[in-house]
Design a protein around this ligand. Structure first.
Ligand code: HEC
Length: 208
């Protein structure tokens, strides 16, 4: 018994020393250009997926709010996400090319992740990957608008994306353009628990 405890103790001390050696000698390569070996990638991916899944489990997804919500989400996506998460048919930006892990195509993410999981990752960010936590600067309502748009990405063609871009380009003054017509679409907006407003974000400090 004593030898078992002794051996375990020795192994623990050895492991701690080896870890300290790696930390202090600079043996670990923090370069973005360094490809992770397969087992490391597996650890990172599995940890991320399970972490997001566990934390998103208790999130209640609010009802979607129709086309105006998609438009609002599109504007935010174009401004805040597209430089990393390449839009349909687009080419990767220098930021996207230089990142490791690479920002995934959100059309693919939207296929295998629930709205709650997409929301959790968007709100809280993903540590040590470059994915920012948008919940620090944006309200839940604005983030749900983005998720509503992201959920439309699977199957969206380059042409459809560009058409949306062209249509909403005029509506930069979105207090004016998009609001005047078709008030009947109000009917499909359900009251939300969080009474955030999709259109508040212009005074919310992210116009840098
Ligand atoms: C600076 C670059 C950058 C910006 C800007 C950015 N992201 Fe990300 N995002 C990343 C990276 C990198 C990852 C991959 C993390 C990983 O692989 O663990 C990621 C991952 C994600 C994921 C998880 C996807 C998956 O398949 O696991 C979601 C959802 C996401 N981002 C949504 C968004 C949204 C929505 C926006 C805009 C509001 C945004 N991101 C803006 C870099 C960015």
């Amino acid at each position: 018994m004593k030898t078992i405890i002794g051996t375990l103790l020795l192994a623990t001390v050895f492991a701690i020393l080896m870890t300290l050696l790696v930390i202090y000698t600079g043996a670990f390569n923090v370069a973005t250009t360094w490809e992770d070996p397969a087992p490391v990638s597996w650890v990172l991916e599995t940890t991320r997926e399970n972490s997001i899944e566990t934390r998103a489990a208790s999130i209640v997804v609010p009802p979607t709010k129709g086309d105006k919500q998609i438009d609002s989400g599109f504007r935010s996506y174009r401004e805040m996400c597209a430089m990393c998460h390449t839009p349909p048919g687009g080419t990767d930006s220098p930021i996207t090319k230089g990142m490791n892990p690479s920002p995934p195509d959100l059309a693919k993410s939207a296929e295998h992740m629930s709205a709650a999981e997409l929301f959790w990752a968007t709100k809280n960010g993903i540590r040590m990957t470059g994915m920012p936590a948008w919940g620090v600067t944006h309200k839940d309502g604005e983030l749900w608008d983005i998720i509503a748009f992201v959920k439309k990405l699977p199957g969206m063609s380059k042409e459809a994306y560009l058409a949306l871009d062209a249509r909403l380009e005029k509506g930069h003054d979105h207090a004016g353009g998009g609001h005047g017509h078709g008030d009947d679409s109000h009917g499909d907006s359900e009251p939300q628990k969080n009474d955030d407003h999709a259109h508040e974000h212009d005074d919310d400090g992210h116009a840098h």
